[in-house]
Structures are given as structure tokens and as C-alpha cells.
Design a binder for this molecule. Structure first.
Ligand SMILES: NC(=O)c1ccc[n+]([C@@H]2O[C@H](COP(=O)([O-])OP(=O)(O)OC[C@H]3O[C@@H](n4cnc5c(N)ncnc54)[C@H](O)[C@@H]3O)[C@@H](O)[C@H]2O)c1
Length: 290
């Protein structure tokens, strides 16, 4: 199968890697050469880590990389795709534009998927002349490690598209859960609620970021605390999601000022090197506000 991923950021490059590792031809698209190259470098880094840990053989690494191509021209990237997954920033207008461009250039029977964490798949699909071919494929961060993929079924998603999506997810070795389209789906709504409350607790001086994270790891057995997870996801991504959930679900999702302030300052978490923590070599090394 040919899989094209639009957007080579935190999620897009990982999704292309997962598809290629499962034997699909994967094309990675972004707005310029530099971002595509950074995405491919990210995949190389993930695979090198896999080889070091004995999870990936050198042959599998090479075969996966051989199946990945970069392409900055969207029409060329999707021209012979069987599945297109968009992973551009969490903004409805931008994603609709991408969907429209994909439909104009992709084969008529290609499935058009979105990796959105929260936006309505039904509304996004309304940008297509054939909304029945749209579906949500919500991978988790980092896609090559996390097993879950939410398959989000919009109002107009056809049974064939849903079945294709579930089969694709199982085929790449992940665990699909099928969810109805509603703001934040099953996972982001709860995950973001926890993250926003943790930020409000830092703001009001209940405890500092490291202590809140320790409490959730040690007390609730979460593998990662809500603030470190916010850093991993990206503060800008979390802010976009919170704004949408605030609009759709009300006051409890109002983005805290601290989140806005950090995003304005360019403190986006792991990807910029600083968020609630300072990040070095992919690890949170100390709280940012000490
Ligand atoms: N970060 C997470 O933990 C996470 C988890 C699950 C889902 N998501 C969702 O995945 C999507 C992407 O998030 P991300 O964290 O990878 O964002 P990101 O900011 O890391 O990457 C987005 C990429 O899209 C590119 N882009 C922007 N406009 C484009 C266009 N018109 N055509 C092609 N590329 C374009 C950007 O250059 C950038 O490289 C969002 O919808 C987000 O909600 C994110």
C-alpha cells in the first residue's frame, strides 16, 4: 500500500515510520525541504535507538528507510496514494484546506485520514466532495512506541472506510479503538483536562511541576506526569486543543494564562528544548522555573 503523511512534525514523521516499518511505501510531505529532512532525520534517530535497544535489526532499519521518500509538492506526494494521513497543526481551517488539496490530487478511492487530537472529523470531512472517505486515525506520541490508535468515525464516514482504517491499524501492529466523533474523542478530552488542571495548580502555587508529576506517577501509576506529558505533546498543540475544547465543551477547558504565556515565549516543550521542564537530548533534565 502507498501511504502519504502530510506534515513531518512530532507526529507525522512517526506515522510515516510506522507505515514503512510495516512494509508500506511511505511518502512524507511538509512545506519545505528542511522540514521534510528534519522528519526523516527523526525517523533515522528513532530507528537507531531501536537498533541500540535490540528492538529493530539493522536490516529492518535499512528496509524501513528504503521505503520512505520525502516530497514537498503536495499533489505529487498524494498522486498515487491509497491512504493519506494529515498531521498538520491542530487548526480546522488549515486542515480543511489540506483535505481539499488532497482530494483534488489523490486517486478517487484513496482514504483521507486525519491525525487530529480533538477536532470534529465530521466538520473536517465536510471540506471533501466525498466525505464518506474521511476518517480519524489518532495516533499517540511517539507513534512508533505507543500501541493505541483511535479510529474516529464521522457522521458520513462509510463502513468501507471504517473497515479499511481498522485493518490498516491492525496491519501496522497497533491496537485500534473505534470511537464516535465528539470533541476530544475518548482520550484527549480526559488527558487535556488533567494537563490543564495541573497547569492551574502550578499557577496557584499548590505544588511545583515536578512534585505534581511525581504525585501522578507514584500515586496513580501514570508512566509520565501531566506536565511532562504536556511538554512531550507540545504546548502549542495543547493550547490549540484546549481552545477548541473550550469552544465546544465549555469553561472547564479554558486555557490557563501560563500556557498562553509560555507558547508566546516560544517555550513549546520538548521540541523547543523548554516548557515546564528543560529538555536535553530528548530527556526532561530539570524543571524550567527553578
Ligand atoms: N504532539 C502530540 O503529542 C500529538 C498527539 C496526537 C495527535 N496530535 C495531532 O497531530 C497533528 C500534528 O501535531 P504535531 O504535534 O505533529 O505538530 P508539529 O507542529 O510538530 O508538526 C506539524 C507539521 O505540519 C507542517 N505543516 C504545516 N502546514 C502544512 C501544510 N499546509 N502542508 C504540509 N505540512 C504542513 C509543519 O511545517 C510541521 O512540520 C495535530 O493535529 C495534533 O493535534 C499531536
Amino acid at each position: 500500500m502507498r501511504v502519504t503523511v502530510i506534515g513531518a512534525g512530532s507526529m507525522g514523521h512517526g506515522i510515516a515510520q510506522v507505515a514503512a516499518a510495516a512494509g508500506h511505501d511511505a511518502t512524507l510531505n511538509d512545506v519545505d525541504e528542511e522540514r521534510v529532512a528534519a522528519g526523516i532525520e527523526g525517523i533515522e534517530g528513532n530507528l537507531a535507538g531501536g537498533v541500540e535497544r535490540g528492538k529493530v535489526t539493522p536490516e529492518e532499519r535499512d528496509a524501513t528507510l528504503d521505503r520512505i521518500a520525502g516530497e514537498t509538492d503536495l499533489a505529487a506526494a498524494v498522486g498515487d496514494a491509497d491512504l493519506v494521513v494529515e498531521a498538520v497543526p491542530e487548526r480546522m481551517d488549515l486542515k480543511k484546506e489540506v483535505f481539499t488539496d488532497v482530494e483534488a490530487a489523490a486517486p478517487d478511492d484513496a482514504v483521507v485520514a486525519t491525525n487530529t487530537s480533538s477536532l470534529s472529523v465530521t466538520e473536517l470531512a465536510s471540506a471533501l466532495e466525498a466525505p464518506e472517505r474521511a476518517v480519524g486515525l489518532h495516533f499517540f506520541n511517539p507513534p512508533h512506541i505507543m500501541d493505541l490508535v483511535e479510529v474516529v468515525v464521522g457522521e458520513r464516514t462509510s463502513g468501507t472506510t471504517e473497515a479499511f482504517a481498522v485493518e490498516f491499524v491492525e496491519g501496522v501492529g497497533k491496537e485500534p479503538v473505534v470511537v464516535r466523533d465528539s470533541a476530544g474523542f475518548a482520550s484527549s478530552r480526559l488527558g487535556v483536562a488533567l494537563g490543564l488542571e495541573a497547569i492551574r495548580m502550578v499557577e496557584t502555587g499548590v505544588a511545583d511541576a515536578a512534585d505534581i508529576d511525581t504525585a501522578m506517577r507514584e500515586g496513580y501509576n501514570h508512566p509520565m506526569g501531566p506536565l511532562e506529558l504536556t511538554d512531550l505533546v507540545g504546548l502549542d498543540v495543547r493550547l490549540d486543543i484546549a481552545e477548541y475544547l473550550h469552544e465546544e465543551l465549555g469553561e472547564r477547558f479554558r486555557p490557563p494564562q501560563t500556557l498562553r504565556r509560555k507558547v508566546r515565549a516560544g517555550d513549546l516543550g520538548k521540541k523547543s528544548g523548554r516548557g515546564f521542564y528543560v529538555w536535553e537530548d530528548g530527556e526532561a533534565v530539570r524543571p524550567a522555573d527553578e
